[in-house]
Design a protein around this ligand. Structure first.
Ligand SMILES: [Ca+2]
Ligand SMILES: [Ca+2]
Ligand SMILES: [Ca+2]
Ligand SMILES: [Ca+2]
Length: 526
């Protein structure tokens, strides 16, 4: 009952985990983190044998996708009748087989299995025969990177002494106290090495000479690193083929795209763009991810062989250039604010490497190519997405477009928009008030205040009359100018009391449009 309840409670929770946004389905092969990638083939399968015992060990280049290992065994009766059986599933890279008989040949292979049960390629076959007496170099592995190795020695009964040598006749080898492990130095020079051993018990019975061989490999080198772009600019989603020729199998190879993208794994297992498995040429079809950007990047190759010898890094001949251009912004409809001003706005850039907006204005359509265009705003704040263009002419059409510029200087232009400023409205004329005389040589001239939106100036114009002559318009002149709409008074002094003075006021707006008032006259005579 409790179990049923628990199951009912858990079921919706499991369902949630799969459908929850942001949590990728681990079983989906499209998910780059999926454990469904086939785990690599185990290498370095070796065995240390002793009396009725085989101890297998192996390695894999990358355990990321490994859940466990399958161990297969063939008890060889007829070498022509291969008969492997799965004998164990183990979590570690070793297996002790105690179900063996001395003198019988056994062959083993192992494979790695991922969390979904997908099994990788089988390792190379390893053949062993457990014996009463034995020696194994480095747990019986096929290869070593160092001359200083560990020997595993096995002798039954009351073995007391042992002799170890790099030569088959054990000439000159001293008898040592028997130990089950012993440090040994192989002869100089890379290649196949054999170590020989013999045991002696308390009654001076000597065993046969037993031996084990291992390949000494102290070198790793990269012959060549290549990329196939030919210098052509790549974009997100494009595939670059990398290849690294190391001339030996079972190593670990990678390339760096300068220092921007490092450790791109290459494969020699016939997958992910590798053209031939196990040929010592490590390859990769690398899909350019979004956001990656480099200009003439050097490709650096790295290689470590099966026994951890590191090659000097090597460089591809060409360089790689990858562009990720910015996403263009969209300009919204401009809003003319006045004859002089247009308000502009655009959508925000969300580019990871946003660098700047550059807003251009042109008097003719085609901002992208116009010779007339002019940059009116440049800003590096991605959230500053509006600008008011000022100093414009009335009744004129302007064209605008904004560029988004990214970190390496790539840019993308927006749509083009245009707006026309309203035509200028000329000012209304002001009303002149009758001048009055505070004394016999002055007149105070005043007028109504202009409410013109783009008021610029009053011009007070005056001329004289010497009665009974008519007004002398040849004396007409600007007496004074006033820059504030509130300046509506003027004291005209040093006048002749017999004269009549005539006045009118022109209101001038920012575009030079004028409106002239009616004229008024007055005399300083009291
Ligand atoms: Ca090597
Ligand atoms: Ca290959
Ligand atoms: Ca970019
Ligand atoms: Ca106006």
């Amino acid at each position: 009952m409790a179990a049923v309840l628990l199951a009912l409670l858990l079921l919706p929770a499991c369902f949630d985990a799969l459908t929850q946004p942001g949590r990728e389905n681990p079983a989906d092969p499209a998910n780059p983190d999926t454990p469904s990638r086939v785990p690599p083939r185990p290498t370095g399968l070796g065995a240390a044998v002793s009396d009725r015992m085989v101890v297998l060990t192996w390695t894999v280049s990358d355990t990321t996708f490994v859940d466990h290992y399958n161990v297969y065994k063939w008890e060889v009766e007829d070498v022509d009748e291969e008969d492997y059986e799965l004998v164990a599933e183990v979590d570690v890279q070793s297996y002790d087989d105690q179900g063996v008989t001395n003198g019988q040949e056994y062959r083993y292979k192992v494979s790695a299995v991922n969390a979904l049960g997908l099994e990788g390629k089988l390792s190379a076959e390893h053949s062993v025969t457990p014996r009463l007496f034995s020696v194994a170099i480095e747990q019986g592995r096929p290869k070593t990177g160092t001359r200083n190795v560990s020997l595993t020695l096995s002798a039954v009964g009351a073995a007391q002494l042992m002799q170890i040598s790099n030569t088959s006749d054990l000439s000159g080898a001293t008898w040592l106290p028997y130990q089950s492990t012993y440090s040994w130095e192989l002869t100089q020079g890379d290649g196949q090495k054999t170590v020989y051993a013999r045991f002696r018990d308390v009654e001076d019975n000597e065993s046969n000479v037993v031996s084990d061989s291992i390949e000494l490999d102290t070198q790793a080198a990269i012959d060549e690193v290549t990329e196939d772009t030919g210098g052509a600019t790549q974009y997100a989603g494009d595939v670059i083929h990398f290849a690294l020729d190391a001339g030996e199998v079972y190593g670990t190879a990678s390339v760096d795209i300068s220092t921007v993208e490092t450790g791109i794994a290459l494969y020699d297992d016939g997958t992910a763009g590798d053209r031939a498995a196990d040929d010592g040429v490590y390859e990769r079809d690398y899909t350019v991810p979004p956001g990656l950007e480099v200009i003439e990047a050097t490709i650096v190759g790295h290689f470590t062989d099966e026994v951890d010898n590191s090659a000097d890094e090597a460089f591809a001949d060409g360089t790689v250039t990858i562009h990720d251009p910015p996403t263009p912004s969209t300009m919204l409809a401009p809003v003319p604010l006045s004859q002089r001003r247009i308000s502009l706005s655009w959508t925000r850039s969300t580019d990871g490497d946003f660098s700047a907006y550059r807003l251009f204005r042109s008097y003719v359509a085609g901002v992208d190519a116009s010779d007339e265009r002019e940059m009116i705003y440049e800003g590096s704040n991605a959230s500053q997405t509006d600008f008011t263009d000022t100093g414009l002419e009335p009744d004129s059409t302007y064209y605008y477009a904004v560029y988004v510029v990214d970190g390496i200087g790539l840019d993308e232009i927006s749509n083009e928009v245009s707006a026309t400023t309203p035509a200028n409205t000329p000012p209304d004329p002001v009303e002149m008030y009758a001048p009055w005389a505070p004394d016999s040589t002055s007149l105070i001239v005043s007028w109504s205040e202009s409410d013109e939106g783009d008021f610029k100036q009053y011009e007070l114009i005056g001329w004289e009359q010497d009665p009974p002559n008519p007004p002398d318009t040849s004396t007409k002149r600007v007496i004074a100018r006033f820059d504030q709409p509130g300046d509506t008074f003027y004291t005209h002094s040093s006048l002749i009391d017999s004269f009549v003075y005539w006045y009118r006021v022109a209101v001038i707006d920012s575009f030079g449009a004028r409106a002239v008032s009616d004229s008024v006259s007055g005399s300083p005579r009291m």
